[in-house]
Design a protein around this ligand. Structure first.
Ligand code: ADP
Ligand code: MG
Length: 158
């Protein structure tokens, strides 16, 4: 699935749309350069789940937990140093009921499950002030089913 997202508010709306389809056992990888809009999308996802509190970047804390329903474990691996992945207890979170969202999954790739929703955010013409091209792919039966559901229901006009 591919969507052109003109501005920040549209990215929030796309996240809200995604959030309403999540059941609580999903893994979402967010790929895209610094400032692409990964955290903005997570903000929308949490809104879609009905979470009304503040959503901040976990780039320094490496991880934020939101007590949304289902809960969200939001990771950012950008500043991850070798070995930190086990210290983070990622394994524990992957086994729990909740949605795991990871920015910069490339950095911990070898330790991450394959089955996931993979979201790529690209700048249009390399310009931060332009829109974003968001491409969503899926790996594994559960996430493929979710992507099909998303594709069938996505509103037009972002
Ligand atoms: P990342 O987590 O990928 O580093 P952020 O979501 O923290 O990125 O920041 C994205 C920045 O880009 C925000 O300042 C936001 O206002 C801006 N922006 C401009 N256009 C868009 C767009 N179409 N979608 C998302 N963010 C946008
Ligand atoms: Mg971010």
């Amino acid at each position: 699935m591919q969507q052109c997202i003109p501005g920040e508010e549209d990215m929030i709306r796309l996240g809200m749309f995604l959030g309403t389809f999540l059941k609580g056992e999903e893994i979402i990888y967010l790929r895209g350069e610094l400032g692409a809009g990964k955290t903005t999308l997570v903000r929308g996802i949490l809104r879609g789940l009905g979470f009304t509190g503040r959503v901040t970047s976990p780039s320094f804390t490496l991880m934020n937990v939101y007590d949304s329903q289902p809960p969200v474990y939001h990771f950012d691996f950008y500043r991850l140093e070798g070995g930190d992945l086990t210290d983070l207890g990622l394994e524990d979170y992957l086994g729990k009921k909740g949605i795991t969202i990871i920015e910069w999954p490339e950095i911990g790739a070898s330790d991450l499950p394959q089955d996931a929703l993979i979201i790529n955010i690209e700048l249009v013409e390399g310009d931060y002030d332009r829109g974003r091209m968001v491409t969503i792919q899926a790996s594994g039966p559960e996430h493929i089913k979710l992507l099909e559901e998303l594709t069938q229901n996505v509103p037009t006009g972002y």
